[in-house]
Design a protein around this ligand. Structure first.
Ligand SMILES: Cc1cc2nc3c(=O)[nH]c(=O)nc-3n(C[C@H](O)[C@H](O)[C@H](O)COP(=O)(O)O)c2cc1C
Length: 201
């Protein structure tokens, strides 16, 4: 099926081979990322998603934090070297978007709408996922490759201290991006019949 939106989301892929040959300026990419997050829906239009956008040396600093934090988890020298090389491959890109959900907003919604209280943390997770997907797709539409990573909570304390992040912002994911320097992995799809049920069509 051909459809403009489906074409865009089909092109979004996990790109691990990223580099610094991005033609867009940080200002352009910041605008793109901010708008992708702003246009993403949230429960009760609560706009609970937050982001810290890191470029160049600040982005590399983040991946060095992760690299240092992961040293404590290495089984042996070989696995340590492998992990270090993986972090360097992320640092090889030009930027990272750190996605947060503001727990103050979640608590405020719980206080205002007690009958939905247990749903608000879940809906905040949905909201960040939608914002992540929109940002990932927007970057890809601009020819910028990205992959979604999860090194929270091992770097949370350093992130909060280094970039003056409010204590109520909870780190949920990291989208690392750069120029596309390699092909995505082949991807399979399960059978539609096992996945979807349609009635009354
Ligand atoms: C919620 C979620 C969590 C993910 N976490 C990671 C991750 O921590 N590290 C990683 O390399 N990829 C991660 N991915 C990427 C998936 O492995 C990838 O999207 C999937 O294999 C499909 O490939 P594609 O992105 O190229 O379409 C995550 C994706 C989603 C949606």
């Amino acid at each position: 099926m051909s459809n403009q939106f489906l074409n865009l989301i089909e092109k979004r892929r996990t790109i691990y081979a990223i580099g610094k040959n991005v033609e867009h300026s940080p200002a352009y990419l910041t605008d793109l990322i901010q708008n992708a997050i702003k246009q993403s829906p949230s429960s009760f239009n609560s706009q609970s998603s937050r982001a810290v956008i890191l470029f160049h040396a600040e982005h590399e600093k983040f991946w060095n934090f992760v690299k240092d934090a992961l040293k404590a988890y290495a089984k042996d020298a070989e696995s340590a070297a492998k992990t270090e090389a993986k972090m360097d491959s992320f640092a090889a890109g030009v930027g990272t978007v750190l996605f947060f959900e503001d727990q103050d907003v979640v608590a405020g919604l719980q206080a205002s709408f007690p009958s939905y209280a247990e749903n608000f943390p879940i809906w905040a997770e949905h909201s960040t996922a939608i914002a992540q997907f929109a940002t990932w797709t927007a970057l890809h539409s601009a020819g910028v490759g990205a992959s979604l990573q999860h090194y929270n909570p091992i770097v949370d304390a350093q992130v909060h201290a280094e970039w003056d992040v409010p204590a109520t912002w909870k780190l949920r994911a990291q989208l690392v991006f750069g120029s596309i320097e390699g092909e995505p992995k082949a991807k399979g799809y399960m059978d539609d019949a096992a996945r979807f049920k349609v009635f009354g069509a």
